[in-house]
Design a protein around this ligand. Sequence first.
Ligand code: NAD
Length: 499
Amino acid sequence: MKEIGHWIDGKMVAGTSGRFTEVLNPATGEVIAKVALATTAELDAAVAAAAKAQPDWAATNPQRRARVMMKFGDLINAHMDELAELVSREHGKVLADGRGDVQRGLEVIEVCMGAPALMKGEYTGDAGPGIDLYSMRQPLGVVAGITPFNFPAMIPLWKMGPALVAGNAMILKPSERCPSTSLRLAELAKEAGLPDGVLQVVNGDKEAVDAILDNETIQAVGFVGSTPIAQYIYGRACSNGKRAQCFGGAKNHMIIMPDADMDKAADALVGAGFGAAGERCMAISVAVPVGKGTAEALVERLIPKIEKLKVGPYTGGADIDFGPVITAQAKARIEGLIDSGVAAGAKLVVDGRGLKIQGYEGGFYVGPTLFDEVTPEMEIYKQEIFGPVLSVVRQESYEDALKLIIDNDYGNGTAIFTADGDTARDFAARVNVGMVGINFPIPVPLSYYTFGGWKKSAFGDLNQYGPDALRFYTKTKTVTARWFSGIKDGVALNFKALD
Ligand code: NAD
């Protein structure tokens, strides 16, 4: 059995805890490796080594740090297919989507190549007589990234790029379900010129995470995962005096107005609802058609498109639309939620339960599922299903549809399909969700903007990647400097304006 350890001080090391968890290939259900789960002592040792390496890295001029990002980007590109395969083997998503996972992370590394320009401070000459005022952004020291299973390349790259280019050392704790991509990325970062110890990949579960939260050297924690864990991590990190940004789960709605292009809206919903088996924090899981006619026209178009979807292993060729969900437990939970929707009276239009793929009977497959006439009291509406299940919640008016979204606990992404610019503008202005699509179903901002939800989809301040991430991983120092031949006024005890 292959044993996966940690990446410490520029090399792979075996875990010493004696504790492991299985890494599965969700397409077959086979155990493909076991990954070591770090103890607090192992985590603390990795942090101590990172703290030793960080000052030299911080003292490396910003352009040289950016050049490491350039080389890293080249290497990620050169190893695109290999990385995509690593993603798909442990996650289950199809290879084209595995490449997308790597690509959207690479784009953040590309922005990090220009980080010196984004990290410049401010300067005011002659802010007072002989007085200059300037600010600088300095790295925090050792920071941590804790990432989920569903984007094994993209989210670790969102964390490591900005943190490292800003001059920090990083402890990355990837999901124990998909650990291999982060380890390979760490090897490539070393090949790109990243000094040993500056990036430590520590595998583990709750013990390693709690050790991160309680370690006094770690200054900041960037977390991505489910909402209950995000809230827990935010609370514990903050109470230990750390900076924390914790991104959580989602329930993303798409409004379909009567004037929308129904074919395009249906295509968009199928892609956004079922791509990656619905295991995306920006998946659309709730379609909100406005008016009975819109609902009928939409569902009528959705059914044949959904029934045509092909589910299978990532090795099954380019015509497979999406793969399995992550574990047998995830499959059982999703199918249980579908049962609960039926019991609660929702209309099950396409049933994905009990799907078996010939030759892959052990895989964790759930077929695409469509519910109509879902209401907000039902569990299938309230919970983030994180599977290939799309719910249609019919509404009478635009105001009702908007209110449904505003009242939802989550606020990651949302979309509206309409031909009316005024409605679209109103929606973008009034909806309390962090990322909004107009005739665009998955509005993940490009890497020179920033990514973040509102309400229970994010705890803390500042978004991921882009300028916000560089702010999150640096602190501001402001210097007031006076240069003249001696202080002539004697001691000043009052708090003076710089006049
Ligand atoms: P998860 O919360 O189970 O795990 C995320 C990380 O937290 C992992 O590294 C895991 O080891 C750790 N963890 C799990 N349980 C823990 C505990 N009790 N104590 C401490 N640490 C713990 O999430 P997941 O299942 O890996 O990922 C799916 C979730 O992530 C979904 O809810 C999805 O919406 C969300 N997500 C959010 C975003 C975003 O940017 N908002 C992006 C991707 C995924």
